[in-house]
Design a protein around this ligand. Structure first.
Ligand code: CP
Length: 351
C-alpha cells in the first residue's frame, strides 16, 4: 500500500488557500499603509485646477502615496468602491484619459465617461453638463477641455471635486505631479538641478504647470524655443532663462525636457515649417551630448518623432518618457483618492 501524502487535491487546496490569503493580507496591508501615510491629510482645496493650489509639502505627500500605489501595482484595491466618478473629456487624449480611467477602475470606483457629443451640438453649456452629472451624485469630475480656465469656473457651480486634466493653453497639474515624481525618483534633492525645456512654450499647458512645479522645488529652469513660441515677458513672469539656440542652453543640464509643437493650437503659424523647426530644435543624440553625461530626457507625450525629439533619443536608456507614462497611473490614483474622500466641510473652501 502506498499512501501519497499530502494527496494531490489537498496540495492544490493549500496552494490556493495560500494564494488567496496572501493576496488578502497584501491588500489589507497596503490599505493600512496608505491610511497611515495619509494620516487624515486632505489636499488644500476641494479641487485641483492649478498647480498654484499645491505647496511643496503637498507634492511630497502625493509622491509618498503614489509610491505605495506603485508598489502594489495594477491589481484591484477597493479604496473607492462604488464611488461615482465622471471623466469629461472634450478634447482628445491617450495617456491622461486611459490612466484616469484605469486608476478609478483599479480602485473600484464607478467610472463613467462623457465627452464631445450631443450636449455641445444641442447648445448645452459645459456648466450645465457638469451640474447634470453632479446632481446624479458624482464625487469627482475630471475635465479636459480646450477652454483655458474652464475647470476653475465649473467648480464654483458643483459639489463634486474637479480635476483639471488639461485646459486650453493654461495648465495640466497632474502631468506636473507625474513629472515631479519621476524627477524626485532620480534626484533625491531637486534644488538647483538644471532643467532645459525645449519646444513650443507659448501654447503648452504642460509648461504652465511644469514651471510652477519646478519653481516649487527650487530648480534652475532654462527654456529653448524660437521667439515666436514663447509668451511675452516670459523671463520676468516665470523667472526662467530663455535661449533661442539649443547648443547654448544644454551644457550643464541634468534634465532635458522636450515639448511638442502644438499644431492643434495654431503653433505652425508661428514657424516657417515643421521641417525648418526640426532642423534647429529637434533633440538629436549630438545635441543631447552637450548636456551632462548622465542627463535624463523627458517628454509628456505625444511625441512627434524626429520633429521635436529624434527616434534615437526617445528610445535610448536615458529616456524617461515611458516612466512618466507609468507614473501617470499612480499619481492619478492618488489624486482620485484624495479628491473624492475629503472632509465635507472643505467643500466650502473653493477658489
Ligand atoms: N501628456 C498628455 O496629456 O497626453 P494625452 O494628450 O495623450 O493625454
Amino acid at each position: 500500500l502506498t499512501l501519497k501524502f499530502p494527496p494531490f487535491e489537498i496540495k492544490i487546496f493549500l496552494l490556493l488557500f495560500h494564494a488567496v490569503f496572501h493576496e488578502k493580507m497584501n491588500t489589507e496591508e497596503t490599505i493600512d499603509q496608505l491610511t497611515t501615510i495619509r494620516a487624515g491629510y486632505d489636499l488644500p482645496y476641494p479641487d485641483l485646477h492649478s498647480f498654484d493650489q499645491l505647496q511643496k509639502e503637498d507634492c511630497k505627500k502625493i509622491f509618498e502615496i503614489a509610491r505605495i500605489f506603485r508598489d502594489f501595482g495594477t491589481k484591484t484595491l477597493p479604496l473607492l468602491k462604488d464611488i461615482p466618478i465622471a471623466l469629461a473629456f472634450f478634447e482628445s487624449s491617450t495617456r491622461t484619459k486611459s490612466s484616469f480611467e484605469w486608476a478609478g477602475k483599479q480602485l473600484g470606483a464607478d467610472m463613467i465617461s462623457i465627452g464631445s457629443g450631443t450636449s455641445e451640438k444641442k447648445g448645452e453649456s459645459v456648466i450645465d453638463v457638469a451640474q447634470t452629472i453632479d446632481s446624479m451624485g458624482a464625487k469627482g469630475i475630471v475635465f479636459r477641455t480646450s477652454y483655458s480656465g474652464l475647470p476653475q469656473q465649473v467648480c464654483q457651480y458643483i459639489s463634486a471635486g474637479v480635476v483639471n486634466a488639461g485646459d486650453g493653453w493654461h495648465e495640466h497639474p497632474t502631468q506636473a505631479l507625474i513629472d515631479g515624481l519621476t524627477l524626485s525618483d532620480e534626484f533625491p534633492d531637486l534644488s538647483k538641478k538644471v532643467i532645459t525645456i525645449i519646444g513650443d512654450i507659448k501654447h503648452s499647458r504642460v509648461f504652465g504647470s511644469l514651471v510652477r512645479m519646478l519653481k516649487t522645488f527650487n530648480m534652475e529652469i532654462r527654456v529653448v524655443s524660437p521667439f515666436t513660441l514663447v509668451p511675452e515677458k516670459m523671463e520676468s513672469v516665470f523667472g526662467v532663462q530663455h535661449f533661442t539656440n539649443i547648443e547654448s542652453a544644454l551644457p550643464g543640464s541634468d534634465i532635458v525636457y522636450v515639448l511638442r509643437v502644438q499644431n492643434e493650437r495654431g503653433a505652425t503659424k508661428n514657424i516657417p515649417s515643421l521641417r525648418e523647426y526640426s532642423k534647429m530644435y529637434v533633440l538629436s543624440p549630438e545635441r543631447l551630448a552637450l548636456a551632462k553625461k548622465e542627463a535624463i530626457v523627458m517628454h509628456p507625450g505625444p511625441i512627434q518623432r524626429d520633429i521635436d525629439i529624434s527616434h534615437a533619443v526617445s528610445s535610448a536608456p536615458t529616456s524617461r518618457i515611458l516612466t512618466q507614462t507609468q507614473n501617470g497611473l499612480f499619481i492619478r490614483k492618488t489624486i482620485l483618492w484624495l479628491i473624492t474622500t475629503q472632509k465635507e466641510e472643505k467643500k466650502f473652501a473653493r477658489i
